[in-house]
Design a protein around this ligand. Structure first.
Ligand code: NAD
Length: 244
């Protein structure tokens, strides 16, 4: 049975992707930064109920060393890694004039360096397998920019460049690499926004609703499927139509 590794999957979009890929028949390697993240919900049990195997791998994906050890452990446990979803991400918002160096560097490490770390180590396993799917979580902030998110939008734009580079480097080995760029999706990450910020965003969305985590999971499932075998280096915006 094929295996999918999803980073930052204790909650939010990552948990929804894990549940969806489990329903698609993948064994699931869950990851998050601490055991505590998994105490808040029963995601691993809900995945096992779908009849697939599931294991939790605690690791800070911004650490090169921890990422390498974790990827090795997942390979040993499941035998292969067929789908990698680089989902872990954080925000540390603030207007440019007031953004600290720490705010900038932390977001770059978690959102961007993690994609380098995980793609490098999983990519080398996929190269030996001569197959694999890498799916990265970008954001509309990386395409259009967003006030208060100099750090975050920088990382999400970088992820788009990384996606295209990985697609070009690994394509000849049967590996695809694509990104999804969510708009405003209801998760703990976006719960932090003020009512004013939420109202302003809703005004820009053609479909006049915020997205559900399942809206993202469905597109990731497609990109992991056989139907997407000839799709690579692409960025699919899932935003209900923010700018067209
Ligand atoms: P979330 O905060 O609900 O979940 C993110 C998960 O990543 C958390 O469980 C967190 O503990 C984990 N994580 C954080 N740092 C980590 C690290 N160093 N190592 C391992 N795990 C770590 O966020 P979400 O809204 O579900 O977002 C998931 C992804 O989608 C992120 O990359 C985010 O940037 C992207 N995204 C979200 C939205 C949205 O509207 N929610 C929009 C665009 C893009």
């Amino acid at each position: 049975m094929a295996t999918a590794l999803i980073t930052g999957s204790a909650r939010g979009i990552g948990a929804a992707i894990a549940l969806r890929l489990a329903a698609d028949g993948y064994n699931i390697a869950l990851n998050d930064i601490s055991e505590k993240s998994f105490e808040e919900n029963d995601i691993a049990d809900r995945i096992r109920e779908k009849g697939v195997e599931c294991e939790i791998f605690i690791c800070d994906v911004s650490s090169h060393e921890q990422a390498e050890k974790t990827v090795k452990a997942v390979k040993e446990r499941f035998g292969s890694i067929d789908v990698l979803v680089n989902n872990a991400g954080i925000t540390r918002d603030g207007l440019l004039a007031r953004m600290s160096e720490e705010q900038y560097d932390t977001v770059v490490a978690v959102n961007q360096k993690s994609v380098f770390n995980m793609s490098k180590f999983v990519g080398s396993i996929m190269m030996r397998q001569r197959s694999g799917r890498i799916i990265n979580l970008a954001s509309v902030a990386g395409i259009y920019g967003n006030p208060g998110q100099m750090n975050y939008s920088a990382t999400k734009a970088a992820i788009i460049g990384m996606t295209k580079t990985v697609a070009k480097e690994l394509g000849s080995r049967g590996i695809t690499c694509n990104a999804v760029a969510p708009g405003f999706i209801k998760t703990p990450m976006t719960d932090k926004l003020t009512d004013e910020q939420k109202a302003a965003m809703l005004g820009q969305i053609a479909m006049k609703r915020f997205g559900e985590v399942e809206d993202i999971a469905g597109v990731v499932s497609f990109l992991a499927s056989k139907d997407a075998a000839y799709v690579t280096g692409q960025v699919i915006e899932i935003s209900g139509g923010i700018m067209m």
